[in-house]
Design a protein around this ligand. Structure first.
Ligand code: MN
Length: 245
């Protein structure tokens, strides 16, 4: 009977969607875990989605160039800069803890490698992309007034960052959420501001092919690719860490 075939078809599609979502989650966790445990020589992590997965918010050509040229260039330059130095046995977070003392080539490229891995880890396809959970929404409302106000402030943080940089949502040691803009390849870890849970790359190379100089339009489209499930996982792991006394 047709209705039965239809029912099975829908059930199979639902199961496949759930499996795909679970695979996406685990790939995104994997790249961040991988980059956090790596030491020299560092490697370019596998992109957790295809180049065209973020269409139409972020176009395939931009993702291709951003990942295979820009991100790769940071990894290659970091390996070159670290070779034979006393820092070659350091993990990235250990480098960030002493960021002030690092030569610029190591500081910039270590941030470049980690920040890009973090960016890929917290975005996903806009197809059937669920928004923030009730718990996440409540927390955003508590810290920023409303979800709309949070989005407006996050956008303002990125749009007003002069030149190249990043917009971040961080969990501070007291458990509150805060917004922060970093310049070049600095991040909340190099600045010791808290644990990042969401990042938007606002360097021109992240949007220029599609949006030209319209950074604000890129940031509006960014909401379609935010992986809120991943943001919440990062939040949970950040707040469960021992807090400084
Ligand atoms: Mn970038």
């Amino acid at each position: 009977m047709n209705w039965r075939k239809g029912f099975y078809g829908v059930a199979v599609a639902a199961v496949l969607t759930i499996i795909t979502a679970m695979q996406l989650q685990s790939k995104q966790q994997t790249i961040l875990t991988q980059v956090n445990s790596e030491k020299w020589p560092f490697s370019l992590p596998a992109l957790p989605f295809s180049y065209d997965a973020l269409e139409p918010a972020i176009d395939a050509k931009t993702v291709d160039i951003h990942y295979s040229r820009h991100h790769k260039a940071y990894v290659d330059a970091l390996n070159k800069a670290l070779a034979g130095t006393k820092w070659s046995g350091y993990r990235l977070e250990e480098l960030f803890a002493v960021a002030d003392t690092l030569p610029p080539a190591i500081r910039n490229n270590s941030g470049g490698h980690w920040n890009h891995t973090f960016y890929w880890n917290c975005i996903r396809s806009p197809m059937a992309n669920p928004g923030p959970s009730k718990k996440m929404l409540t927390l955003l409302e508590k810290n920023f007034g409303s979800f709309e106000e949070f989005k407006a402030k996050f956008k303002e943080t990125g749009v007003t960052e002069f030149g190249s940089g990043w917009a971040w949502l961080v969990v501070k040691p007291d458990g509150s959420l805060a917004l922060y803009a970093s310049n070049d390849q600095a991040n909340p870890l190099t600045e010791k501001l808290g644990k990042p849970i969401l990042a938007c790359d606002v360097w021109e190379h992240a949007y220029y092919l599609k949006y030209l100089n319209r950074r604000d339009e890129y940031m509006d489209a960014f909401w379609n690719v935010v992986n809120w499930q991943r943001v919440e996982e990062l939040l949970d792991s950040a707040v469960s860490l021992p807090q400084p006394k």
